[in-house]
Ligand binder design. Sequence first.
Ligand SMILES: [Zn+2]
Length: 351
Amino acid sequence: MSTVTSQVEIIFSDDEDEKEEKKLPNSSGIPLKRINEINQEVNNKQINHQLESSTKKHQSYFRTNLGSHLTTQSTLSQTIDYANRLGMYAIQIFNGSPMAYQRKYYDQKDILEASQKVNQRKCTCQYVFSHLPYLYNCAGSIKNHLLWSNQKNSSWEQIIKNMSYELELMSHFQTDQGGGGCVLHPGSWPDRKKGIESISQTINQLTFNPKSMLLLEICAGKGNTLGVNLGELKQIYDGVDRDLHQNLGICLDTAHIYASGCYDLSQTSQMVKMFEDFDKIFGLKKLQLVHLNDSNVAYNTKDDRHAYIGTGHIWGKSLNSLSYLLDYTQKFGIPTVLETRPDDYLIIQAL
Ligand SMILES: [Zn+2]
């Protein structure tokens, strides 16, 4: 997530579906000619954005693993309804401010209603993830103590308590057909080895139920951030107690991978290599979420700045590698969510 997200928040702070639909073709920033082409493709595929009948009818036209980060509505149940009205299959939300320790609490009736909704056949939305706050640094605390040292402090306790709460909350979306979990930026620390060990130790302190999933997200590499390539993520993973490995997954963010210099995802060959390497290092089943972002910064610049799909350094010239990614993630049922703006959903469904 980055600055672009705040624009998504603004666009979607207004909960008027009619307005959103009118906005879809006009605010994308994509050249008009391309919009017309996309609209034509959309018409050809008989896309209907107000899905009211069974998902089965639409599965031959839709990629059934895609969606977007959405602004939460008043209740969890309303958020699922919202995703469903937009015809999305996977969503991500913030349970509270991304810049605050405090999380949003929902009543049990609402949690139950929301989780039952995703189990209904007519509900498109099958994957529900939350993004944990950026404040959480599982390597070091704001007082510059490594978290696993004995110098426990209030920020350490808040992180453990709030992460455990959110892991339990999102576990309600783990179903036979879909899934849910919490996405974490692992943390930062000047000494990479010690920082990575500290992150693993912090994860060992969390409370997991059998369905809780914590997804370690690859980062762009700014400053002392850790988990900036597949190797570092694997070191964090390996440092976690083995009996918790079933509760851990990985989230790949296209803009972060590109900016970190790991893979030049504008090239299809590099996209192919990224998935091959992931499969060798983790096994594909550990790839539980893809964040779809174009990059506002050039390759290997280590900055985390998202761009709308088709307007950045990755896909500004060609969408070929994006088509490959979309086909691949659909083939293997890997949920893929936009962090740019929900408008881009039209584009990725049409590709
Ligand atoms: Zn993120």
